[in-house]
Design a protein around this ligand. Structure first.
Ligand SMILES: *Cc1c(COP(=O)(O)O)cnc(C)c1O
Length: 408
């Protein structure tokens, strides 16, 4: 570089104002699928500007604060200078050990915290990064859709091609693995599934997980199961871990998050567990991109996983109450809705003659209620809307009263 930089005269103040760099985004951004929530975002601003008191059932972000004992653990850990330095890439030994103990207690799954656990800066981070470890350009990632958009976008960013497996009501929103053409299955490198499911609220069976293991074994497909909602289940139902299925730990990993279980979405802490070779690939990518989660947050995460679980029970009670008010209200108007057994989402078919976008728009403009059009999560979501139970029971009652006034 020596001498080179000095030859070009610096831009003058006047030229400086006229600088207009040609900034062109990379193909990976330009080729992203259209953002289908743009129109609803625009309408929301318009309705808000009219002074309407909006009830927002759109976002999957808990409205309940993080439990006090977790915040207290963070405060103490944040004051400790040892926690101000770079954390270890794969997570603190203590956090990974707490995760392994939690898996044993909760699912009776034994994990080696040294090689079968990696700490994540929120599970979204791990889900977005893992294709970089395993996908080569042109490889297929099987993605159950409608879905959390990070699965297919992460695969695309790595140069892969998502291939969607439709989640249909007649299959209880489980993908039909037999419907995957063998030539697609042979090219598939990874598979993304998520139960309890966002957005359909569907839950998986043991038989389904076992069939996933058999499929993965036959075609050499790495399974990524997103279990973000494993603790958000109602009426005594306790969802199982994918790793409880025989052989699962040899074919894949499970992503987990403290976000929904402990109302910690803003904290950014999650983890992945399972097949050591897969965890190692993810860890290698991460060590080249980030430097781990703030240790004080990991220590607060230990307090969450190992502390009093009454807060989790309270969380379930809160969403059960809200769910029941919404489901009963909608049924009383003639909607046929299923009460979700897990997740804080209600997945509802739109009335005959409506579309996802059209019905979402009517709820917003005629009742001031934000919901999410189902097709925004993938084409098979057309004909549905998603309502999140993330407002108080009183506000849900108010939402029901407002929907009653719409001429449907
Ligand atoms: C909320 C959510 C997550 C959690 O993401 P974090 O990054 O851990 O906050 C993961 N998967 C799905 C499907 C979700 O809805």
């Amino acid at each position: 570089m020596k001498g080179g930089s000095g030859k070009r005269p610096p831009v003058t103040n006047d030229q400086h104002r006229r600088i207009k760099l040609k900034i062109e985004k990379a193909e990976r951004l330009k080729s992203l699928p259209p953002y289908l929530f743009k129109e609803i975002d625009r309408q929301k601003e318009e309705v808000r500007a009219r002074g309407v008191d909006i009830i927002d059932l759109g976002v999957g972000d808990p409205d309940i604060p993080t439990p006090a004992h977790i915040i207290e653990a963070l405060k103490q850990a944040a004051a400790e200078p040892a926690n101000h330095r770079y954390p270890s890439y794969s997570g603190m030994d203590d956090f990974n050990a707490a995760v392994a103990r939690w898996y044993k207690r909760r699912f009776n799954v034994k994990l080696d915290p040294g090689v079968e656990v990696v700490t994540l800066i929120g599970s979204k981070e791990g889900i977005a990064h893992i294709p970089l470890a395993f996908i080569n350009p042109g490889d297929i990632a099987l993605v159950a859709s409608p879905c959390y958009p990070v699965y297919d976008i992460g695969a695309r960013f790595a140069g892969g091609a998502p291939c969607f497996m439709d989640l249909l009501k007649e299959n209880e929103f489980l993908p039909d693995l037999e419907a995957v053409p063998p030539e697609v299955a042979k090219k598939a490198k990874m598979m993304f599934i998520n139960y309890p499911n966002n957005p359909t609220a569907a839950v998986a069976t043991k038989e389904f997980f076992e069939s996933v293991v058999a499929f993965a074994n036959e075609y050499d497909v790495i399974v990524c199961h997103d279990a973000a909602y494993s603790e958000m289940a109602f009426d005594g139902f306790r969802p199982m871990s994918f790793l409880e299925a025989a052989g699962a730990k040899s074919v894949g990993i499970e992503f987990h998050s403290l976000s929904k279980t402990y109302n910690m979405t803003g904290w950014r802490i999650g983890f992945a567990v399972g097949c050591a070779d897969v965890i190692s690939g993810l860890g290698q990518i991460k060590s080249n991109i980030d430097s781990g989660a703030f240790q004080a947050i990991q220590i607060a995460g230990i307090a969450a996983l190992e502390g009093d679980q009454t807060c989790v029970e309270e969380m379930r009670r809160t969403y059960t109450e809200r769910r029941d008010v919404l489901v009963e209200g909608l049924r009383s108007m003639g909607f046929s809705v299923e009460a979700p057994r897990a997740t804080f989402y209600l997945w509802m078919e739109v009335p005959r003659g409506e579309t996802s976008a059209g019905f979402t728009s009517r709820l917003l403009t005629e009742a001031g209620i934000v919901t999410t059009p189902g097709n925004g999560f993938g084409a098979p979501g057309e004909g549905y809307i998603r309502m999140a139970l993330t407002v108080s029971t009183d506000r849900i009652r108010e939402a029901v009263d407002r929907i009653r006034t719409i001429d449907l």
